[in-house]
Write a protein that binds this ligand. Structure first.
Ligand SMILES: NC(=O)c1ccc[n+]([C@@H]2O[C@H](COP(=O)([O-])OP(=O)(O)OC[C@H]3O[C@@H](n4cnc5c(N)ncnc54)[C@H](OP(=O)(O)O)[C@@H]3O)[C@@H](O)[C@H]2O)c1
Length: 270
């Protein structure tokens, strides 16, 4: 294996993906940056390659489409120095399940589930065939603390993120049984400053300031966890406590709490 590995980061044009691109370049990875906004990717690629001296390529594509997803998967499968995949591209949608257009939720499942599935398959096919894969190699799936719960007006988001976390746990077991050096991680952040909430028109002010994380911090924690081989990473002590409660809570209690929140949400919509 050459000294320099390629890291593929989806959703690299803003927020957490952009922070991954910057920090992975500092760690010496060459980069393939993927998202739809070509101008943003190109500007970031130029900036990072100048600052860090690594090779940075951008691929503007829509990962919701079979064609876009297929292009990235082909590239991962056929790159001899491929090392790390960050499945980060994602978005939210607010509203009760039956009120949010099915087309939008279909797109969300294609991006969070089908893209993660397809690109992870390509990544592990590549890495499993190489005897020289080492501890820098693997997959980071950007899930969410929302994957530990079911919250009103967020049903598909929570379900797709729960899938990402469960999928990652499954891969971790298979890799451990195979005694592979390849690592997988589900990164489960809470509220993080990025364009995510602007895109869904969400007012940040009702959320206490202490609960907001920066993308730089989230990615630092992820990569620290990756070094240690941590499979589930929840950045920030407050969210570690919250996630601990969520994960330990009986399903019936979780549903009762969520139902109360749903009633409150409905009242506020009347
Ligand atoms: N912010 C939070 O509070 C939070 C908390 C937990 C988990 N997360 C997760 O973190 C990940 C990154 O989100 P963020 O907070 O950094 O939000 P963001 O700033 O909105 O970034 C989302 C990224 O995904 C890309 N993307 C969206 N749809 C795409 C598509 N169809 N094809 C290709 N790329 C696409 C966007 O780029 P283009 O628009 O250029 O395509 C952008 O680069 C998401 O998976 C999100 O669910 C966020």
């Amino acid at each position: 294996m050459s000294n320099r590995l390629l890291a593929v980061v989806t959703g690299a044009s803003s927020g957490i993906g952009e922070a991954f691109a910057r920090q992975l370049a500092v760690r010496g990875y060459d980069l393939l940056l993927v998202a739809r906004r070509e101008d943003r990717l190109q500007a970031l690629a130029n900036e990072i390659s100048r600052a860090e001296g690594v090779s940075v390529e951008s691929m503007a594509t829509d990962l919701v489409t079979d064609e876009g997803r297929g292009r990235v998967a082909e590239r991962i499968r056929n790159t001899p120095d491929f090392g790390l995949l960050v499945n980060n591209a994602g978005f939210g949608a607010v509203g009760l399940f039956h009120q949010v257009g099915l087309e939008l939720q279909d797109r969300m499942h294609r991006l969070h589930v089908l893209t993660t599935l397809t690109l992870s398959h390509a990544a592990l096919e590549n890495l499993a065939a190489r005897a020289d894969a080492d501890g820098r190699c693997g997959i980071i799936n950007v899930s969410s603390v929302a994957g530990f719960e079911q919250s009103p007006s967020n049903v598909s988001y929570c379900a797709t993120k729960a899938w990402m976390t469960s999928f990652t746990n499954g891969l971790a077991i298979e890799l451990a049984v195979a005694k592979s050096p390849v690592k997988v991680q589900a990164l489960c952040p809470g509220f993080t400053y990025s364009e995510f909430h602007d895109r869904i028109g969400m007012d940040r002010s009702p959320i206490p300031k202490q609960l907001w994380l920066t993308a730089e911090f989230v990615v630092r924690e992820s990569l620290r966890g990756f070094d240690r081989g941590q499979v589930i990473v929840v950045p920030g002590w407050r969210y570690k406590i919250i996630a601990g409660f969520m994960r330990g809570m009986p399903g019936a209690l979780m549903r009762r709490i969520s139902a109360r929140m749903t009633q409150r949400f409905r009242k506020s919509k009347v």
